[in-house]
Structures are given as C-alpha cells and as structure tokens.
Design a protein around this ligand. Structure first.
Ligand SMILES: [Cu+2]
Length: 109
C-alpha cells in the first residue's frame, strides 16, 4: 500500500518536473509578452514555487485580475513579471492574487 501511494505520487509529480528546459522556454516566451505589453511593468520575487505547475498557478491567478495584460513566472528563479493597467489595478492587488494561490510575493528591487 505504501509503495503504491509513493508510486502514485511520483507519477503525479513527473509531468511537471519532466523538462525544466521547456519550462524555461515557456517562461521566456511569456516574459517577452510582458515586455511587449503597453502597461506598467513590475517584477516580483515569489517564494514557494517548486515546479512548472506552481508557475502556471501564479500566471492564472494574475491573469484573472482585471487590468492585468500579461504575466510570467519562473519557478527556477522565483521571479514573476506582470504588465498591467495602473489605472485599474494596484501592485498590492497583484501580490494578493499571488498569495491567494499559496505563495508569498514581494516587489523585486
Ligand atoms: Cu509546483
């Protein structure tokens, strides 16, 4: 039973850990979109990301905030970048969105 559970846990964990190179490429493509966006740009240092799925969670949470134009998150460096309409959303709301899915974030200096 114990072995079976461990096997299942590894099976679930594998896809996200399968290819850090692909995750890096996905991050760079997303970061390029943030750079190309017209809005205000801000970088965050995020604590607690450990795989591509964590990064996806953060991107989804930021994307759901009204006023966010583009976002990117890299679990390998703990970095997140957001382009947003400063008239519609404040940085504190972006941090709240990241915290809402279980991560800690501070504005990167
Ligand atoms: Cu993860």
């Amino acid at each position: 039973m114990r072995t079976l559970l461990l096997g299942a846990a590894l099976f679930v964990a594998t896809p996200a850990l399968a290819c850090p190179m692909a995750d890096k490429a996905a991050y760079e493509a997303a970061a390029d979109k943030v750079e190309a966006a017209t809005g205000t740009k801000l970088a965050f240092t995020v604590e607690g990301m450990h795989c591509g799925a964590c990064a996806e969670k953060i991107i989804a949470a930021l994307g759901a905030v009204e006023g966010v134009e583009a976002s990117a998150a890299d679990y390998q460096t703990g970095e997140a970048k957001v382009a947003f309409d400063a008239a519609k959303v404040k940085p504190a709301a972006l941090i709240k969105a990241i915290e809402g899915v279980g991560f800690k974030a501070v504005v990167a200096s």
